[in-house]
Design a protein around this ligand. Structure first.
Ligand SMILES: CC(=O)SCCNC(=O)CCNC(=O)[C@H](O)C(C)(C)COP(=O)(O)OP(=O)(O)OC[C@H]1O[C@@H](n2cnc3c(N)ncnc32)[C@H](O)[C@@H]1OP(=O)(O)O
Ligand SMILES: O=C([O-])CC(=O)C(=O)O
Length: 462
C-alpha cells in the first residue's frame, strides 16, 4: 500500500513535469512551485509511511561531543554532499550544472537564476524562465531608505559581514511572512509569503553588498540596477566591475557554486533552525550570515588570502617549495589551521575548488598568486597527512576563491565572505520555502550533560 502511494505520487510528478514542459514558457517559478508542492507533500507522506520507523544505526556518545559529525538529523532538499565526489545540486554535479543551466548571451558560465530554479523545483528551467527571474529580481532589488541609512551609518571599521547581517536582519521590517502571521495566516499558506520574502531577500542582496563595498572602500556612488541585465552582471556592476565580462562570468560561476552545500553546514543549518521558529526569511538568513562569518566556515576565504599574503611577505614571491613547506609547518606548529584545507564532510579535493581552478586555467593561467595557490596545493596535503590530525588534507572551496577576486582587482579580502553570503542565500531560501510548504516542525533536538551521560551508562557495559 505504501509502495503504491509512492508510485502514485511519482506518476503525478511525471504528469506534472510533462505539463511543465508544454507550458514552461508561460510558467513563473511560483506557478510551477504551486503545482509541485501537493505532489511533494504526497511524496514525503509516502516516504515517511514506508521508511519512517527505519533506523540509520546507533548514535554514539562521541558524536554528541564531536560536533555531531555524521549524525543523520536533517532534511535538506536542494543538495546532497558525497564525501568523495562532493556536492550535487538536485542530483546534478557542478560540471553538469555548468553544461545544463541556461547562460547569458555570449556567456559560458551558468546563470545563478537557473541554479535557484533548480534548487527550488528540481528542474532545469528554460532560457525564458531564467530571463523572467532576472527581471523579477531586478524589479525587487531596491532596499528601504532606512536600511540604506543603517548601512551608511556603520563605521568603515565594522566588518562587512556584520554590516551585511545587520542590513539583512533589518529587511524583516517589510516581511510578508511576519505580516501575514500577525494577520492570522493559515499554516497551509505559509509557503506563499515565505516565497515572496525569499525572492525579495535574494533580489536585495546586490544593493546591500554593493553599498557596503562602496562605503567601506570609498568606491563612489552606487549605480542603479539595470532591469535588462542578469543578477550577476548587476552585482558586478554595483561593485564597480560591470565593464569586465570576465569578472561578470566569475560572479556567475561563484554565485552558482557557493549557493548550497546540503543542510548540515553552519550557515544552512542555522537558517533552517531559526526558520523553524517561524522567524521570517530575513531573520533566518541574518542568522545564517553570522555563522558564515566564522573563520572555520565562510570567513576562510578571507583567511586564505591573508595567509597567502603573510607567507609572501615572510618568504617572498616565487619562493621555493622548501620555503613554502617550512611556512606551512610553522602555521601548524603555531597551533593554527591552514585556511582553505580540510573539511567536516569532504574527503577529496572539493569540486568547487576544481571549478575555480579550471576558470583560472582558462582566464588567468599566468597570474602569480594563482601559481602560488597551485604550489600550495602540491605541498599542503602531504604536510597535513604527516601532521596526522586532519581527516581531510585536501583543499576546500575557500582555498581558491580569493585569488580569482584579487586577479580582477577586488583586493579587499574582508569583503570576500559577503559574496559568499550573497550566494548562500540561494540555498537557504530554497529550503526555507520547502520547509514552510511541507510544514517542517520546530527544531528541538535533545541535549545531555556529561553527568547525565555518565549516569545513563553507569551500570551498562556498552
Ligand atoms: C565553506 C567552508 O566552510 S569550507 C571550510 C572552511 N574552513 C577552513 O578552511 C578552515 C581550515 N579547516 C579546518 O579548520 C577544518 O578542516 C574544518 C573546520 C573545515 C573541519 O573541521 P573538522 O571536521 O573538525 O576536521 P577534522 O575532523 O579533520 O579535525 C581533526 C583535527 O585536525 C585539525 N585540522 C583539520 N583541518 C585542518 C587544517 N586545515 N589545518 C590544521 N589543522 C586542521 C582540526 O583542527 C582538528 O584538530 P584538534 O583535534 O586539535 O581539534
Ligand atoms: O559543508 C560544510 O560544512 C562547509 C562548506 O563547505 C559549505 O558550507 O559550503
Amino acid at each position: 500500500m505504501f509502495r503504491s502511494a509512492l508510485h502514485q505520487s511519482r506518476r503525478a510528478a511525471a504528469r506534472s513535469a510533462r505539463f511543465a514542459s508544454t507550458s514552461a514558457k508561460q510558467q513563473t517559478l511560483k506557478e510551477r512551485l504551486s503545482e509541485l508542492i501537493p505532489v511533494e507533500m504526497e511524496n514525503v507522506k509516502a516516504a515517511r509511511a514506508e521508511h519512517g520507523k527505519k533506523s540509520f544505526g546507533p548514535v554514539v556518545v562521541d558524536q554528541l561531543y564531536g560536533g555531531m559529525r555524521g549524525l543523520p538529523a536533517l532534511i535538506w532538499e536542494g543538495s546532497v554532499l558525497d564525501a568523495e565526489e562532493g556536492i550535487r545540486f538536485r542530483g546534478k554535479t557542478i560540471p553538469e550544472c555548468q553544461e545544463l543551466l541556461p547562460k547569458a548571451p555570449g556567456g559560458q558560465e551558468p546563470l545563478p537564476e537557473g541554479l535557484f530554479w533548480l534548487l527550488v523545483t528540481g528542474e532545469v528551467p528554460t532560457q525564458e524562465q531564467v530571463t523572467a527571474l532576472s527581471k523579477d529580481w531586478a524589479a525587487r532589488a531596491a532596499i528601504p531608505e532606512f536600511v540604506q541609512e543603517l548601512i551608511d551609518r556603520c563605521p568603515p571599521t565594522l566588518h562587512p559581514m556584520s554590516q551585511f547581517s545587520l542590513a539583512v536582519t533589518a529587511l524583516n521590517h517589510d516581511s510578508a511572512f511576519a505580516k501575514a502571521y500577525q494577520e492570522g495566516i493559515s499554516k497551509k499558506d505559509y509557503w506563499g509569503p515565505t516565497f515572496e520574502d525569499s525572492m525579495d531577500l535574494i533580489a536585495k542582496l546586490p544593493n546591500i553588498a554593493g553599498r557596503i563595498y562602496r562605503n567601506v572602500y570609498g568606491q563612489g556612488k552606487l549605480p542603479a540596477i539595470n532591469p535588462d541585465k542578469d543578477y550577476s552582471w548587476n552585482l558586478a556592476n554595483l561593485l564597480g566591475f560591470g565593464e569586465s565580462q570576465e569578472f561578470v562570468e566569475l560572479m556567475r560561476l561563484y554565485i552558482t557554486i557557493h549557493s548550497d552545500h546540503e543542510g548540515g553546514n553552519v550557515s544552512a543549518h542555522t537558517g533552517k533552525l531559526v526558520g523553524s521558529a517561524l522567524s521570517d526569511p530575513f531573520l533566518s538568513f541574518g542568522a545564517s550570515l553570522n555563522g558564515l562569518a566564522g573563520p572555520l566556515h565562510g570567513l576562510a576565504n578571507q583567511e586564505v588570502l591573508i595567509w597567502l599574503r603573510k607567507m609572501q611577505s615572510k618568504i617572498g614571491e616565487n619562493a621555493s617549495d622548501e620555503a613554502v613547506k617550512e611556512y606551512v609547518w610553522s602555521t601548524l606548529k603555531g597551533g593554527q589551521v591552514v585556511p582553505g584545507y580540510g573539511h567536516a564532510v569532504l574527503r577529496k579535493t572539493d569540486p568547487r575548488y576544481m571549478a575555480q581552478r579550471e576558470f583560472a586555467l582558462k582566464h588567468l593561467p599566468e597570474d602569480p598568486l594563482f601559481k602560488l595557490v597551485g604550489q600550495v596545493y602540491n605541498i599542503v596535503p602531504e604536510i597535513l597527512l604527516a601532521a596526522g590530525k586532519a581527516k581531510n588534507p585536501w583543499p576546500n572551496v575557500d582555498a581558491h576563491s580569493g585569488v580569482l577576486l584579487t586577479h580582477y582587482g577586488l583586493t579587499q579580502m574582508q569583503f570576500y565572505t559577503v559574496l559568499f553570503g550573497v550566494s548562500r542565500a540561494f540555498g537557504v531560501a530554497a529550503q526555507l520555502i520547502w520547509d514552510r510548504a511541507l510544514g517542517a516542525p520546530l527544531e528541538r533536538p535533545k541535549s545531555y550533560s556529561t553527568n547525565a551521560i555518565k549516569q545513563m551508562f553507569k551500570d551498562k557495559t556498552a
